[in-house]
Design a protein around this ligand. Structure first.
Ligand code: ADP
Length: 367
């Protein structure tokens, strides 16, 4: 029997459990709900726990505590991100669709020469949407999303990290299709140094062994067989040059996520302003100016700037804020942005950018 045949935890069931847990999060704020409804939701939590325990008990050789930790901390059940939520980055989106989303949704088409990659790296300056892209990929490909930052993996007690890595890959195969998203991958797969400590080296080795195991499992099974576990390691880094050469080669696709171009910044402003009452009055010319003023800003810089600008109409009220009716608060203007621009500056320096461009032209995937 294959790993998946003895317990009917199909993809749809899995989505159900995620929805259930999303529902549970809401119960706290929905206290007035009828008792019956509440009771039902509590039972659903229990159902989910029992299901998780059953899954764990079925996987041979898995460390139970590590597996539970993964369910609790690493399986991401947070907000869904869809392609439309991410401004611009069309090249990256298309590349991810081709490399991950379509193969996950149509495994029958992606076999043989079209065998999907098992590793993809997203690199670029901080705050450019790498994490958002990874989440969107998980949502759009209907996969289980395991999200972990490399530093939290490496900071665990000696020996625990390796168990965690093994459990992570076992569960990812079991709950396939899955995406293992590792943020700050450079700190896990950094180039060897003389003062690298023993435990770091062991975690790195374990990770590479498990990752290799994914390709072997695929080769050993029928090509194009949709029951073969589909697991992709998707990683993000702001420091791609720190990644060990051998590890770098395993990421067949290396996608540069650059600072947003003017059009992308414009799209992000428009999207953010549309959520703010009274801020929809920006003319095209004003938007042009805003875009020009924010050359060199990352997506997260733009978020920070817009949030700060949105505070200005409140700031000028001082204490009057406490008794001014909401309708009388003035809308956001270009001037508010200009005020905030005096102290919210781009977080990535020119030299920093040049380093990314250089690495991208040497090692990045084209397109
Ligand atoms: P990274 O992983 O590259 O460091 P994130 O994906 O965590 O960056 O993005 C940080 C924040 O910046 C997001 O939560 C979002 O608010 C904003 N942001 C970044 N890029 C974009 C984008 N392309 N579209 C919309 N928001 C973005």
């Amino acid at each position: 029997a294959t790993e998946t045949s003895d317990f009917n935890f199909s993809n749809n069931d899995e989505k159900d459990t995620e929805t259930l847990s999303g529902g549970n999060n809401k119960t706290d704020s929905d206290d007035e709900q009828m008792n019956g409804v509440k009771e039902l939701e509590i039972n659903e939590t229990e159902v989910q726990e029992v299901m998780q325990e059953r899954i764990i008990s079925e996987i041979k050789g898995i460390d139970e505590a590590a597996a539970k930790q993964i369910f609790n901390e690493i399986v991401d059940q947070g907000d869904e991100v869809h392609w439309e939520d991410i401004a611009g980055l069309e090249v990256a989106k298309n590349s991810l669709k081709e490399a991950v989303v379509y193969p996950f949704l149509r495994p029958d088409l992606f076999s043989g020469l079209r065998e999907p990659t098992r590793g993809m790296l997203l690199f670029g300056p901080p705050g450019t949407g790498k994490t958002m892209l990874a989440k969107a990929v998980a949502t759009e490909s209907k996969s289980t999303f395991f999200s972990i930052s490399a530093s939290s993996l490496t900071s665990k007690y000696l020996g625990e990290s390796e168990k965690l890595v093994r459990a992570l890959f076992l569960l990812a195969k079991r709950l396939s299709p899955s995406i293992i998203f590792i943020d700050e991958i450079d700190s896990l797969l950094s180039a060897r140094t003389d003062n690298e400590n023993e435990s770091t080296r062991r975690i790195k080795t374990e990770f590479l062994i498990q990752w290799n195991g994914l390709s072997h499992a695929a080769v050993g099974q029928n090509k194009g067989d949709s029951s073969q576990p589909r697991v992709l390691v998707l990683a993000a880094t702001n420091l791609p040059w720190n990644i060990d050469e051998a590890a770098r080669r395993r990421f067949v696709r290396r996608q540069y996520i650059p600072l947003p171009e003017g059009e992308t910044r414009r799209a992000q402003f428009v999207k953010m302003l549309s959520h703010q009452q009274g801020a929809s009055s920006f003319s095209d010319l004003e938007l042009d100016e805003l875009v020009a003023l924010t050359d060199g800003f990352s997506g997260s810089d733009i978020t920070a700037l817009t949030k700060d600008a949105a505070m200005n109409p409140l700031r000028e009220l001082g204490d009057k804020l406490l008794f001014t009716p909401k309708e009388e608060i003035r809308g956001l203007t270009l001037k508010d942005f200009k005020v905030s621009l005096q102290y919210i500056r781009p977080s990535v320096s020119e030299e920093g950018l040049a380093k990314f461009d250089e690495w991208a032209s040497k090692y990045g995937s084209s397109g």
